[in-house]
Design a protein around this ligand. Structure first.
Ligand code: PHE
Length: 464
């Protein structure tokens, strides 16, 4: 093709037709594969136990309706209506305006999140093998923290595991939207559920398990403070994988017959169920053996191995548990990787393989900085944070809330209620207009205010 043809033809002859998810069920599976991640295992159960049990779960569900779900619906609508990547979608729906910067923030966050998420996923992969080989069972439980410290203090081993994660994710992405993302989600999610049920049965049949169930569910409304409420709002965003281009991109792969609000509700319910089931696999055992409930990396890499090693067949169950954590982390990574890949293939007309290789290499290069944060670069600080914490901070405290506010304002005020109701009801075919009007109202007036408060408090401008 000569230069002139390229310049004048909008769609080059080489461009393949845009692929989408093959079925509505596949779209739900892929979306659930993104929602289910490390958040279900190391964030949700601990926050629930710590902040009022069943009362926290109710508050979280409320937050889903104030923040996570309206923004998810907005992204689905922006994506499906424009049939384009996270940046171009805004350019198509609001040509000549700056709204596309919302998409730029999304793509940037997706890439930056992968810098540290791939590092943690690498630790999880490493632990499957440590658990299976008996390397964890062999140590005295008191030495479990030392195993984690030894892994993270080495620069090379975690780096290699991070590359394994990226190779797995890259392979799925290159296979395509239907043959890669959709097929893998449909295959591994049932496995994840089975593994969770197996681990739940093991944990709940331990003597003394009731104290853990009590820790998780005992409702205590006095724990619900404004700070807990804000944390639940932030959690609803992170859990639903919104405000980073993922759901806009996945929305663009959904078909005209897909029921967007119903898919969204199914994903949110199933995801919450996975979190609760993960909590039931962890906390009864923690209490049965008299360990302290903990949060974050130390829950997954220290407390859980200690606890599982104290139970009969612990080595087996620990391996299964890390396998399910790896499935969860990989699904989240796949959805994040699709964001820059969709962008690069459409904007640069690159083949999928090239777009994937470039994205993987960028994540590998900068992700190494996150990985080295616990070893050779532990002394390097940006704004008082290691690279790992810095990447986490700018995405979860800055980019994500800003993009969340922008998406809700865009949907509510630029697209308006009319478009939200029309697109969400498949042009009146579905009988859900009342529900959609309510979500449109929330998007206009409630979400922007609530998420602005999250942003200001995350930056320290509001002290609660
Ligand atoms: N939802 C995932 C989790 O809970 C995390 C995630 C965030 C994945 C953003 C993709 C995009 O772990």
């Amino acid at each position: 093709m000569d230069a002139q043809t390229t310049a004048y033809s909008k769609v080059p002859k080489t461009a393949k037709p845009r692929q989408g998810f093959a079925t509505g069920l596949g779209a739900i599976a892929a979306t659930l594969g993104s929602a289910v991640g490390l958040g279900n295992i190391w964030k949700f159960p601990y926050m629930t136990g710590q902040n009022g049990g069943a009362a926290f779960i109710l508050v979280y569900l409320l937050c889903l309706f104030i923040a996570g779900l309206p923004v998810m619906l907005a992204e689905f609508i922006i994506g499906r209506r424009s049939k384009a990547n996270a940046v171009r979608s805004f350019k198509k729906l609001a040509p000549g305006t700056s709204w596309y910067l919302t998409g730029v923030a999304g793509v940037t966050s997706a890439v930056v999140i992968m810098f540290f998420y791939s590092c943690v996923a690498g630790w999880v992969y490493a632990y499957i093998f440590k658990a299976a080989s008996g390397a964890l069972a062999a140590v005295d439980p008191a030495q479990t923290p030392a195993v984690f410290e030894a892994l993270t203090a080495s620069p090379l081993i975690p780096l290699l595991w991070q590359w394994v994660v990226l190779a797995v994710v890259g392979t799925v992405i290159i296979a395509g939207v239907q043959n890669g993302i959709e097929r893998v989600a449909k295959t591994v999610l049932p496995i994840l559920f089975v593994l969770l049920i197996v681990c739940d049965i093991r944990a709940l049949t331990l003597p003394g398990a009731a104290a853990g169930v009590n820790f998780l569910f005992r409702p205590d409304f006095s724990k619900i403070t404004p700070a807990v409420f804000l944390a639940a709002l932030g959690l609803s965003f992170f859990k639903m994988s919104v405000a980073m281009g993922v759901m806009t991109t996945y929305g663009s792969y959904m078909g005209p017959e897909d029921n967007l609000p119903a898919s969204m509700l199914k994903v949110a319910l199933s995801d919450t169920l996975v979190s609760i089931m993960a909590g039931l696999a962890i906390f009864p055992a923690v209490f049965a053996f008299g360990y302290q409930a903990d949060a974050g990396p130390s829950l997954l890499f220290i407390t859980i191995p200690m606890v599982f090693n104290s139970m009969p067949l612990g080595q087996l169950f620990l391996t299964l548990f890390f396998l399910l954590a790896a499935i969860a982390a990989t699904g989240a990574m796949i959805s994040l990787m699709e964001v820059p890949v969709a962008y690069l293939t459409e904007e640069n007309n690159w083949p999928r393989t090239k777009a994937t290789l470039v994205s993987v290499l960028v994540v590998a290069a900068f992700g190494a900085l996150a990985t080295f944060s616990t070893s050779i670069l532990s002394h390097v600080q940006l704004w008082g944070r290691t690279f790992f914490d810095f990447f986490d901070f700018i995405t979860s405290s800055i980019f994500m809330p800003i993009a969340g506010v922008a998406i809700s304002l865009f949907a509510g005020w630029v697209l308006t209620t009319k478009v939200i109701v029309a697109e969400g009801s498949n042009n009146g075919q579905l009988n859900n207009q009342g529900f959609l009007s309510a979500l449109a109202f929330i998007l206009k007036f409630v979400t922007p205010v609530a998420v602005t408060v999250v942003l200001l408090s995350g930056l320290g401008f509001i002290k609660l």
